[in-house]
Ligand binder design. Sequence first.
Ligand code: NAD
Length: 428
Amino acid sequence: MTDSIFVEALMRLDKAFKFSDINQEALEKLKYPKAILQVSIPLRRDNGSLQIFTGYRVHHNDIRGPTKGGIRYHPNVTLEEVKALAFWMTIKCSVIGIPFGGAKGGITVDPKQLSRLEIERLSRSYIDSIKNFIGPDKDIPAPDVYTNAMIMGWMMDEYSKISGQYTPAVITGKPIPLGGSQGREDATGRGAFICIQELRKKKNWKSQEIRVAIQGFGNAGQHIAQLLYDAGYKIVAISDSQGGIFRPEGFDVPSIIHIKNNSKKIQAVYCTNSVCESIEATNITNEELLELDVDLLIPAALENQITKDNAAKIKAPIIVEIANGPTTLEAEVILIKNGKMIIPDVLANAGGVVTSYFEWVQNKAGYYWTLEQVHQRLQEIMVREFLAVYQLMESHKTDMRTAAYIHALNRHVEAVLAQGTESYFDGT
Ligand code: NAD
């Protein structure tokens, strides 16, 4: 992770600025996070020793509503990274038109080195450290890399104990019996799937002819793989942090998910009734996966995967960014020059935060929706905003990320103007 990730993230603003309605003052404000909290989190290890971990929570901007953003557990978490992720959340909530600002949190920890009990104690301890910084009308966390529904449940429980009242709306991505929403689990993948299906209509693709490579096979990666597979797309390559597999004929995605969730490994298998047999496939590295000759490349792992060093070798004409920030600025210049289209993270992975918004609304109302209602409302929002961004891309003859940022800035500035501007206050 470079120190410049936040600075680099902000540079995307400047490109969109000239096409948008935002003024210089409002743009300037977006370059500074509203508040930053760094905490030292004590954890009693199973062997009785005490270990201190560093955690963060950043509020980026809250003009459009309480801040919202996930919590990441990863050894490479830094303040710079959390600031960049919080900034992207502000842009994403604005692109997609939900009434939230941006935030993010994280702990610098390798959760694979902790027992489940230790992860529970760490999660509760983190909430204890940030309790005054979050709240259902202030800042609402959610899952991100290496955190999941169960961890969100523990965090909600801890916050409820501290505040002395059941407070499900303080966190989203919870298990359904603890106030979670139907449809939250696969929402990020589903949102990306809706974008791909809209693009398919525009390009007149036949899904059976589309070869897909997916980097990262956690929550987001598995669900996009399953949804595309169900719709007839050919998933020819899959990887996780250990490496990947490639098979030009495509994989039986349910089998790969079954084995990954049982053995924690990606293996080329075909399963019948939980009995799995190996099938022929080539083992590939994560770097090789990115450079495969496929139609759709889906980075669904971490930031900075497509860089100036490998951008020229990317063959896929379309890149769908489910991960946050997988393409660096320098890489993007090369990709665009080579005619590649990128459905940017702030649009492609927004299905997660949209359904988190639905969860928050349901928690506040105490009235819960059916899966069909969640799917139908997610579909409506994703299609509407995808088409709006697409239209801006065409009318400004620009790339899709710049179009998404123009869309976000235009919406953001409506809120800024509603609070009064320099010219309003000086009477001009
Ligand atoms: P996850 O923890 O469920 O899965 C992460 C996956 O990435 C795992 O399969 C892991 O093995 C793999 N991975 C880690 N390092 C890797 C590497 N160097 N190369 C290849 N694979 C690697 O996380 P997730 O929730 O699926 O999140 C994945 C990405 O999607 C992140 O960038 C996250 O910010 C973004 N995202 C997730 C959500 C959500 O709702 N889960 C929403 C928006 C964006």
